[in-house]
Design a binder for this molecule. Structure first.
Ligand SMILES: [Zn+2]
Length: 244
């Protein structure tokens, strides 16, 4: 576990402080919790960011090769995560990024022109040379999401709890918006150790979930979103058609 051992001088016992989103272990103090979390405080290419004024550019397409999987879902204490087995990837510019897992934040971490969305899904990928690529999907209040309906009832509510639901399968490709245009920039993990060099692809089209689906997630976990970080001169690109 990446937790700091903290010795309390008066009562002489050691407790482990895990990172989280409370005052004593949240984003403002992540860098103090472990020497490995330094970039959370000193990094200058951090995520999330506010998505505003992207530069329209022609960019290599995302070619998806995702398979269906049985639902292997766990509550990490800081998010709810679905682990993906080997064999699913997205190919971008001749590099394959293998899908490892996807998970959720509520509200969103990225903002669009300063506005938060109800939730954000992150699909975490890694290439053979260990480059991380994360596809972000913004989620807004709207219609019931049929792809999530089957497994939403299995959201594990207790930290550390995991469930394998053998009779529910999911291809997360079915969850993505049909328009695959993205915002792109290079940033970091939004959780400790805040490692940089992460390629970000955030879908410009949000997906919808019903108020009840969003409420079901937030009843288990909420405010697990890191605040936006300064762009610090980085390029923010998009392959979305310019409006109008
Ligand atoms: Zn995330």
């Amino acid at each position: 576990m990446n937790c700091r051992k903290k010795t309390k001088q008066i009562v002489q016992y050691t407790e482990t402080v895990c990172w989280g989103y409370e005052t004593e272990n949240g984003p403002d103090v992540w860098e103090q919790l472990s020497p490995e979390y330094g970039l959370c405080g000193t990094g200058i290419h951090q995520s999330p960011i506010d998505l505003v004024s992207p530069t329209p550019t022609e960019l290599p397409a995302l070619t998806f090769n995702y398979q269906s999987t049985r639902l292997n879902i766990r509550n990490t204490g800081n998010t709810i995560e679905v682990v993906y087995p080997e064999g699913s990837w997205v190919e971008i510019d001749d590099t394959k990024y293998h899908l490892l897992q996807f998970h959720f934040h509520a509200p969103s971490e990225h903002t669009v022109s300063g506005n938060l969305y109800d939730m954000e899904m992150h699909l975490v990928h890694k290439s053979e040379d260990n480059t991380l690529a994360v596809i972000g999907v913004l989620i807004e209040n709207g219609r019931t999401n049929p792809e999530f309906a089957a497994f939403w009832q299995y959201l594990p509510s207790i930290p550390g709890e995991s469930e394998e639901i053998k009779d529910v399968t999911l291809n997360v490709l079915d969850v993505l918006p049909s328009a695959k245009s993205t915002y792109r920039y290079t940033g970091s993990l939004t959780t400790p150790p805040c490692s940089e060099g992460v390629k970000w692809f955030i879908m410009t089209t949000p997906i919808e979930m019903s108020e009840a689906q969003i409420a079901a997630f937030k009843a288990i976990l909420h405010d697990n979103n890191r605040p936006v970080q300064p762009l610090n001169g980085r390029e923010l690109l998009t392959d979305a058609e310019a409006n109008g």
